[in-house]
Design a binder for this molecule. Structure first.
Ligand SMILES: *Cc1c(COP(=O)(O)O)cnc(C)c1O
Length: 463
């Protein structure tokens, strides 16, 4: 059978039989639970040669049907693909699946989590705006505050007391454009009061950006508490297998970007012109998703940190099992914290930073926001920097890796490896000491993980 005949045969079938019966409506999808959406949302095999696994569209460009097709896409009348730096069908499935998991519409994937963070900040605060935040952040994010953003005209202010919403409120300046927090901070698992911070931001007509990487969309959906923009490093638990770098930016669709604080969403831009070559604002072409549409159009497309479709594929495969992984990992993490508590009793550990630790100061917030289990990152302190080195060197199952959320359990030194960008002062404010160890709990048998920690501590305290 020639290709042409096959195509004719497919075309001859009644349109309803193949497509309509299996196509899921948005309302139907919204009723499905998290685990189901993580496996199914945003993908209809009928639209991809019936492939069960999302195909990797390894293509730089797309064959345009004719000039009219090209014009429709170029003037934003039709959402279709021209070039993979702008959009790619594999990546689109990832974006739509993550959007569905959050119950929102707007999502754009980036080549890394840091690109998701920085593009969000550039999108919110261009032209001399300011970001209000804390040092309870991933080290790379803090580094952009000292080494990158101010050079491009974006100011960064650190809130004096991040635990107090009133302190945030008082630190907002006339040109502050966004509050930025990690819902669960890296590495000390400090839970932010998203609802209170959203209320503060909205009182000033500005947005709250939440980095939800450690919590994952399974443990908390920040949009349910008023977040306007949520970013992830998908490199971590969303992928969960440590085999690709990636990020994503999502938006609630509820914020009014025409409130006078964000001229970049209202001003006419040549990039968004109509087929008549009339300049338009991003709000005109994408009224329900202005933040991510501008981020895709101006920042991903023109600054260029677009994800590879192969990486999007790997991320999609990992995302399928997010709930199953988290269910085991959160339970395992609590048992590991229990073991560390015993070691603290025995005088070998001086502090434990995790919501399951008995003296964790943010328990109320953790119980409010992390209703499906606490996060899988544990930090703890031993008595000296030298002891920390000995514990890390003695571990035989935990791998020393600058990653987290992996299916394999990892250990790392935040002072030396993940947060070296912070000055000693910033580290002190962030709560990281020279003898802090960060663990990320994976899927190995919990008994094996505890046995490894036990022998490492035994060996570090011997002699
Ligand atoms: C790792 C991480 C990032 C950066 O993501 P990359 O994918 O490594 O670029 C940002 N935020 C948090 C909380 C992280 O853990």
């Amino acid at each position: 059978m020639s290709t042409e005949t096959i195509v004719d045969t497919i075309a001859a079938q009644p349109a309803s039989s193949a497509a309509a019966s299996n196509t899921i409506t948005a309302a139907e999808e919204a009723r499905r639970s998290f685990a189901t959406r993580a496996l199914r949302a945003g993908y209809d095999p009928a639209e991809h040669a019936n492939a069960s696994s999302v195909p990797i569209y390894a293509t730089a460009a797309y064959q345009l049907r004719d000039e009219e097709h090209a014009t429709q896409i170029a003037s934003f009348e039709l959402a279709d693909n021209i070039y993979t730096r702008i959009s790619n069908p594999t990546t689109n499935v990832l974006e739509q699946r993550l959007a569905a998991l959050h119950g929102v519409e707007g999502a754009v994937a980036t080549a890394s989590g840091l690109a998701a963070v920085t593009y969000s900040l550039l999108n919110a605060a261009l032209g001399g705006g300011r970001i209000l935040t804390t040092y309870r952040l991933y080290g790379g994010t803090v580094a952009t505050f000292s080494d990158v953003l101010p050079d491009y005209g974006i100011g960064v202010d650190i809130v004096p007391n991040p635990d107090d919403p009133e302190s945030w409120n008082a630190a907002i300046l006339p040109d502050t454009k966004a509050l930025l927090v990690e819902s669960v901070s890296n590495p000390l698992s400090i839970v932010a009061d998203i609802e209170a911070l959203a209320a503060v931001a909205h009182k000033h007509g500005i947005i709250l950006i939440v980095d939800n990487t450690l919590a994952t969309p399974y443990l908390v959906n920040p949009f349910e508490y008023g977040a306007d923009v949520v970013v992830y490093s998908t490199t971590k638990a969303i992928n969960g297998h440590g085999n690709a770098i990636g990020g994503v930016v999502l938006e609630s669709g509820a914020f009014d970007y025409a409130n006078g604080n964000y001229p970049q969403f209202e001003r006419k831009e040549w990039f968004f012109k109509s087929r008549e070559r009339v300049e338009r604002s991003v709000l005109e072409i994408a009224p329900t998703t202005p933040f991510t549409s501008r981020l895709r159009g101006i920042l991903v497309t023109l600054l260029g940190a677009a994800p590879s479709p192969f990486d999007s594929y790997l991320t999609l495969i990992g995302l399928e099992t997010l709930k199953a992984r988290l269910a085991q990992e959160t339970a395992s993490t609590e048992r590991v914290v229990g073991f560390l508590e015993e070691q603290r009793e025995a005088g070998r550990i001086t502090a434990i930073y995790h919501p399951a630790a008995h003296d964790y100061p943010y328990r109320e917030l953790a119980d409010k926001y992390l209703t499906r289990g606490y996060d899988t990152v544990i930090a703890f302190d031993v008595d000296t920097e030298e002891r920390k080195r000995r514990v890390l060197d003695a571990l035989r199952l935990f791998s020393l890796q600058a990653n987290l959320g992996d299916s394999k359990s990892l250990a790392i030194d935040p002072f030396v490896v993940t947060h070296p960008e912070l000055t000693l002062d910033e580290l002190r404010i962030a709560g990281i000491t020279p003898s802090t160890i960060r663990l990320s709990i994976g899927l190995e048998e919990t008994d094996d993980l505890i046995a490894d920690l036990r022998q490492a501590l035994d060996s570090a305290y011997a002699a």
